[in-house]
Design a protein around this ligand. Structure first.
Ligand SMILES: Nc1nc2c(ncn2[C@@H]2O[C@H](COP(=O)(O)OP(=O)(O)OP(=O)(O)O)[C@@H](O)[C@H]2O)c(=O)[nH]1
Ligand SMILES: [Mg+2]
Length: 110
C-alpha cells in the first residue's frame, strides 16, 4: 500500500536546488523551480522507483528562521516532513561555503 512506503525528504536552506533535484530524480517537472528564494511553499509528495526501491520523495520549502506566523507554519511543515522521513537528504550550494543556515537545517532535521 502506498502509505506504507518509506519517505525520503529533500531539505535545505532556500534556493539551493531542492526542487531541481526533486524534478531530476522524478525525470519530470513536478515542482516549481525559480531563481527567487522561497519558491516552494507547500511540500510536494510523489512516489518514485529507483532500482528495487519504491518510496515517497518529498520536496520541501527552504528552511529559514521563522519570522512571522505564516512562515512558522511552513517551517513546522518542513520539520514534520523531516520527522516522518526514513531518509533525509540535505542539499547545499556547491559554489559557496556551508553557512549558518545550512547548519541550522542539518540540526533541525536530525
Ligand atoms: N548553476 C546551477 N543552478 C542550479 C542548480 N540547481 C538549481 N539551480 C538553479 O537555482 C535556482 C533555484 O533552484 P530551485 O530548485 O528552485 O531551488 P530550491 O532549493 O527548491 O528553492 P526554494 O524552493 O526557493 O527553497 C533556479 O534558478 C535553478 O535553475 C545547479 O545544480 N546548478
Ligand atoms: Mg523549491
Amino acid at each position: 500500500m502506498a502509505s506504507k512506503l518509506p519517505v525520503v525528504a529533500i531539505v535545505g536552506r532556500a534556493n539551493v536546488g531542492k526542487s531541481s533535484l526533486f524534478n531530476r530524480a522524478l525525470e519530470r517537472q513536478e515542482a516549481i523551480v525559480a531563481r527567487e528564494a522561497g519558491t516552494t511553499r507547500d511540500a510536494v509528495y510523489r512516489t518514485m522507483e529507483y532500482g528495487k526501491h519504491h518510496f515517497w520523495l518529498v520536496d520541501t520549502a527552504g528552511l529559514k528562521d521563522p519570522e512571522d506566523e505564516f512562515e512558522a507554519t511552513i517551517q513546522d511543515q518542513i520539520e514534520e516532513a523531516a520527522d516522518a522521513a526514513d531518509v533525509i537528504v540535505v542539499v547545499v550550494e556547491a559554489h559557496t561555503a556551508i553557512n549558518e543556515d545550512d547548519r541550522r537545517v542539518a540540526k533541525s532535521s536530525s
